[in-house]
Design a protein around this ligand. Structure first.
Ligand code: GRF
Length: 200
């Protein structure tokens, strides 16, 4: 069982998809801890319902990113986390987390990277006028949404789409591909060569 630590900031629907996939044995893994930088994140309540230990580590209580991330690393290590999954975690990852979990930390982003990294990816896609967008699960590196890509899913943009309707359809795909990416890692099926992720 791969021990998963999930970092969130808000709703936690991807967290829920991961928990469900673990509990139904679609992933040979277990969510052992959930950490949120936002004490009011709904995802914390979701985790509690499944008896998963939760920690609210509010970045605003720390003087700098390193001290804040040291606290996160401490909790992840206490729970012997083997893979860190960022799931709607709205903080930039700094050197402390990256140094400890490089190659063992993944993220989900609501666009077909490298298009539209950063905030409001769905809005960026609509404003750019692309016809197809989607979502990406990738390893985390020092850039913003730049790491090696594991899985993508394409979502067509409809004429009547606004940010909300598009986000909703992308989210449905996120819930499918995030557990799938974790499964591939848990089953030790992936290797990273430079910026390319290959099946072993
Ligand atoms: C998702 O669209 C994720 O890709 C983005 O933030 C959203 C989080 O949703 N980074 P949730 O908290 O998992 O419901």
């Amino acid at each position: 069982m791969l021990k998963l630590g999930i970092l969130i900031s808000g709703e936690g629907s991807n967290l829920q998809a991961i928990i469900n996939a673990c509990e139904s044995d679609r992933i040979p893994g277990k969510v052992v801890v959930v950490i949120s930088n936002n004490p009011d994140a709904h995802g914390l309540e979701r985790a509690k319902k499944h008896n998963i230990p939760v920690f609210a580590i509010d970045h605003r209580s720390y003087s700098d990113r390193n001290t804040y991330e040291l606290e996160i690393v401490k909790v992840l290590q206490q729970h012997e986390v083997e893979l860190v999954c960022l799931a709607g975690y709205m903080r930039i990852v700094g050197e402390v987390l990256l140094q400890r979990y490089r190659g063992k930390m993944i993220n989900i982003h609501p666009s077909l990277l490298p298009s539209f990294p950063g905030l409001h990816a769905q809005r960026q896609a609509l404003e750019h006028g692309v016809l197809i967008t989607g979502c990406t699960v990738h390893y985390v590196d020092e850039g913003c949404d730049t790491g090696p890509i594991i899985i993508q899913s394409a979502v067509p943009i409809m004429e009547k789409d606004d940010e909300n309707t598009l986000a909703e359809r992308i989210l449905a795909q996120e819930h499918a591909i995030y557990p799938e990416a974790i499964r591939l890692i848990a089953e030790d099926k992936l290797k990273i060569e430079g910026r390319i992720v290959k099946l072993k």
